[in-house]
Design a protein around this ligand. Structure first.
Ligand code: HEM
Length: 210
């Protein structure tokens, strides 16, 4: 869970940082997208490195879901008899929403690839440059799409907050002071990531970019 999660966290930060390139300029953003496809050449043919990354990402997502299912099954086996009285509120909001949060994130990523990678559901279409898909995709009249992005990114934030905290536990953190520190680090990193992601659609909606 922690190893595949750590790989996904690395991707999340790298992707959020790459998106900020749109503030430098739309042409720079498109150059960056082209550079992603040129990475590894001439050793590898065009876009091979990107495909290797995509396969790596898919494997990490698969392992993450598999580990989550295995842990749930193990927890159920350890306690086959249901609690007679189970308090409604258990753990933080982030901890209680991991499973459904994860499902929402997977559905979002499918929509997101159709929207901003393939352009199938984007007004700019599939033959456009990535910056055009971002600018037209988050146009003010498509506020409902932006709203979906905002909700999904906030779900990613909650998921990450609990994930980082859990990873600290996995790595052996168990003191009260360490717990406080792990919670603070998890919250700070999640807020930074959410802000990085949301800055792009908000900038397009308000006309700062585009
Ligand atoms: C609102 C913030 C976001 C913006 C503006 C954004 C922008 C983009 C763009 C422009 C692409 C296409 C890149 C290209 O074709 O060169 C892309 C691809 C992608 N994004 Fe995002 N993204 C955002 C949030 C996210 C989040 C939160 C996730 C994960 C949970 C994510 C995961 C992906 C994935 C997996 C791809 C496909 C990469 C590929 O295989 O080509 N994105 N994003």
């Amino acid at each position: 869970m922690a190893v595949s999660g750590a790989l996904l966290v690395l991707f999340l930060f790298a992707h959020a940082a790459g998106n900020l390139k749109i503030f430098v300029g739309e042409t720079d953003f498109d150059h960056y997208a082209e550079w992603l496809r040129e990475l590894g050449t001439p050793l590898l043919p065009h876009a091979w490195f990107l495909w290797i990354q995509r396969v790596g990402l898919l494997v990490a997502i698969g392992l993450h879901i598999w580990a989550a299912a295995a842990l749930t099954i193990r927890a159920r086996k350890a306690r086959p008899v249901k609690y007679a009285h189970r308090p409604k509120v258990q753990g933080s909001y982030a901890a209680r929403t991991m499973r459904w949060g994860g499902v929402i994130i997977v559905l979002f990523v499918i929509w997101h690839i159709l929207d901003l990678t393939l352009g199938t559901v984007n007004p700019a279409g599939g033959d456009s440059v990535p910056s055009a898909r971002v600018v037209e995709g988050f146009a003010p009249d498509r506020w409902y799409v932006t709203l979906f992005y905002v909700l999904a990114v906030v779900a990613v934030g909650f998921h990450l907050r609990h994930g980082i905290w859990s990873a600290a536990r996995t790595m052996g953190q168990q003191t009260i002071k360490g717990e406080r520190r792990a919670k603070a680090i998890a919250l700070t990193l999640s807020v930074i990531l959410v802000a990085m992601y949301l800055s792009v659609p908000i900038a397009v909606m308000t006309g700062l970019v585009g």
